[in-house]
Design a protein around this ligand. Structure first.
Ligand SMILES: *Cc1c(COP(=O)(O)O)cnc(C)c1O
Length: 376
């Protein structure tokens, strides 16, 4: 039965697995490791993951927003932290005062950072991001010489130190995709432009999890690893077995079990009908807790050592599983997903059942679920 303490529905995070994964990936890549903990550590808890990653040797922690970086500082993290997604009017001064490395995509952002340095009274640490073909954030290639020139001028003036130059790949989970070579070539050209202008960044970086594992040429000085740190596969079908361990288990207690007659239909819209007599169990979590409604009628959970398929639609607070005639007592443990070592489904299984990626499965779970940390 369920391990103590008994929670009605919870996320269990194995911090030893995260440490193991960070160590393994750092050893594999052979360069500096940035563990990415944005979006509340991909649903695993930002500060707890950051602490575990530091213990395992992470040189840097990466987040999207300034607010996330400041929350890390508030949680006691004193190491190097990079953030990379801002809007005009952002509190750059707070980031500079908190010794966070910030990312600039444009001269306008460098101007905002310069103003923040004036108020915070200390030089900033700035990294420059070039858009090498993802067409998401970053300096367009034609603006790069101007961004680099402004960055170098600020460095000479003592306004900041340019600590990094970086970019992000579009198709690192498809190692044969031509965008990988093309983006890496643009990145190398951008580094040459920066070097000619006199910039000497501490770290040049391009690789996320998939590229860190699958593309040694993209590792440069540092890899930014999110998903693989949590033990999930960033490129299903391509990743070799690295012995990574999924850190998240989502479990609940069955709220009710009962027999179901042949011909009875289940949940809203009656999208599933029992063609023979069976039994069902009520799982007290739903899309309000991040369980994808797209998992209706497809995903599986584990109850009493067996895989059980969701029947009917996932509701806001609950869903129903087929118990195939078994009638375990209410209170029996349900494992939605976990590492998979004991026959339970994995986050990857849920992703495939729901038409999404494991990133989304782990990041979206939350709602009323409580979180508990363990050491396996
Ligand atoms: C989220 C993110 C990462 C981490 O990506 P994974 O595929 O989870 O390793 C790296 N870099 C940037 C810019 C990101 O936004």
């Amino acid at each position: 039965m369920s391990p103590l303490p008994v929670a009605r529905a919870e996320i269990v995070v194995d911090l030893a697995a995260i440490r193991h994964n960070v160590r393994r990936l750092r050893e594999l890549s052979g360069v500096q490791m940035m563990t990415v903990v944005k979006a509340d550590g991909y649903g695993h808890g930002m500060s707890e993951v950051a602490r575990a990653a530091r213990e395992a040797g992470a040189d840097w922690i990466g987040v999207a927003t300034i607010a996330e970086a400041l929350a890390l500082r508030a949680g006691g993290d004193t190491g190097r932290v990079l953030c990379w997604l801002t809007v005009p009017g952002e509190d750059w001064a707070a980031a500079v005062s908190a010794d966070v490395d910030v990312t600039a995509y444009s001269v306008a952002e460098l101007d905002e950072i310069e103003a923040a340095v004036a108020t915070s009274g200390r030089p900033a640490r700035v990294q420059l991001k070039i858009d090498t073909g993802l067409s998401r954030g970053g300096a367009p290639v034609d603006t790069w010489p101007d961004v680099v020139a402004a960055a170098r001028a600020g460095e000479r003036a003592g306004t900041w130190r340019v600590t990094g130059i970086w970019s992000h790949l579009a198709a690192s989970d498809e190692p044969e995709h031509p965008a990988n070579d093309a983006q890496e070539a643009v990145f190398r050209d951008a580094l040459a432009v920066a070097e000619t202008a006199g910039l000497r960044p501490e770290v040049r970086h391009l690789a996320n999890s998939a590229a860190a594992i699958l593309r040694p040429s993209a590792r440069f000085d540092l890899v930014r690893v999110g998903l693989a740190s949590y033990g999930l596969d960033p490129a299903p079908g391509h990743t070799p077995d690295l012995g990574l361990r999924p850190a998240m288990t989502v479990r609940a207690l069955l709220a009710q079990t009962k027999p179901l007659a042949a011909g009875a239909s289940v949940s809203y819209g009656h999208t599933w009908t029992a063609d023979t007599a069976t039994s069902v169990g009520l799982v007290p979590v739903g899309y309000g807790d991040g369980v994808p409604r797209h998992a209706s009628n497809t995903a599986q959970v584990q109850v009493d050592g067996k895989r059980r398929t969701i029947r009917g639609r996932v509701c806001m607070d609950q869903f129903v599983v087929d118990l195939d005639g078994d009638l375990p007592a209410a209170g029996e443990e349900v494992v939605l997903f976990g590492p998979g070592q004991h026959g339970e489904p994995t986050a990857q299984d849920w992703a495939e059942a729901s038409g999404t990626i494991s990133y989304e499965i782990v990041t979206r779970v939350g709602g009323r679920l409580t979180r508990r940390y363990v050491e396996s």
